[in-house]
Design a protein around this ligand. Structure first.
Ligand SMILES: [Fe+2]
Length: 237
């Protein structure tokens, strides 16, 4: 049986170990903001959270309090720990319409969240693998979506970006839940682009208003926000 909330548990366990090793350091909740403004690829943040200051006199209670204050962004640097998909139940991810709002040359970033952005926080993660269950590394995933008011940024790259799967085929994106707009259900557009060529353009939907079960994420509500899981399955390569 897999542990609930494995990322957070792994992150907190690692942090607790680090705090212990440091004699009880103060952990500061420092969101890894992705950009300072909204409309340029150059806005991608490369800043890391500042190193915690050593506080030798801190009590165990203070250490626990510091751990609890961690934000989702603060633990998002942890290695992936999602269970791998069941190889016996893989089926090809179906394509879906690209729609009119795709823009190329997006910034590479693991978080689309920007300072002041409204909307419910969402972590979307999973694996990209072939139908014969081989993980695909280096796959470029392009994401674009509406904001919490159902608006797309057509001038810049707000709520647009791309990232690459790691050596295990794993990806993880921090964003917000898109709103319903124009009578369409909530959805996130995705392009799945393997380095070997080919690929897939599709959309991900959410339980409750999804028109396509095969493109519906598994959604869990966490204390830190919504957590969606979706695995992309491509033809054997
Ligand atoms: Fe759309």
């Amino acid at each position: 049986m897999s542990l609930p909330f494995p990322h957070l548990i792994a992150g907190l366990t690692g942090l607790a170990f680090l705090l212990s090793a440091c004699g009880g350091a103060t952990a500061t909740a420092t969101p890894a903001a992705s950009a300072a403004t909204t409309s340029s690829p150059s806005e991608q943040s490369t800043e890391l959270p500042s190193s915690p200051a050593k506080q030798p006199t801190e009590t165990a209670a203070q250490t626990i309090e510091a751990i609890v204050q961690l934000t989702p962004s603060a633990v998002s640097e942890d290695p992936p720990s999602l269970p791998t998909p069941d190889c016996a139940s893989l089926s090809l991810t179906p394509p879906d319409a690209e729609g009119p709002y795709f823009l190329d040359n997006t910034p590479q970033r693991a978080s689309l969240i920007e300072p002041g952005m409204s909307g419910e926080r969402l972590t979307l993660s999973g694996y990209v693998l072939t139908v014969d269950c081989r993980p695909l590394s280096g796959v470029r995933l392009e994401f674009w979506q509406a904001d919490a008011n159902g608006q797309y940024d057509l001038q810049g790259y707000r709520l647009r970006g791309h990232l690459f799967t790691d050596a295990n085929g794993f990806y993880r994106l921090e964003t917000i839940l898109p709103a319903i707009y124009g009578g369409r259900p909530r959805h996130i557009h995705v392009k799945v682009l393997p380095p070997t060529g080919g690929g897939l353009t599709t959309q991900l939907y959410f339980p409750g208003d999804s028109p396509l079960p095969a493109l519906t994420v598994v959604l869990t509500q966490r204390a830190t926000g919504a957590q969606a899981v979706f695995h992309f399955v491509l033809p054997a390569q």
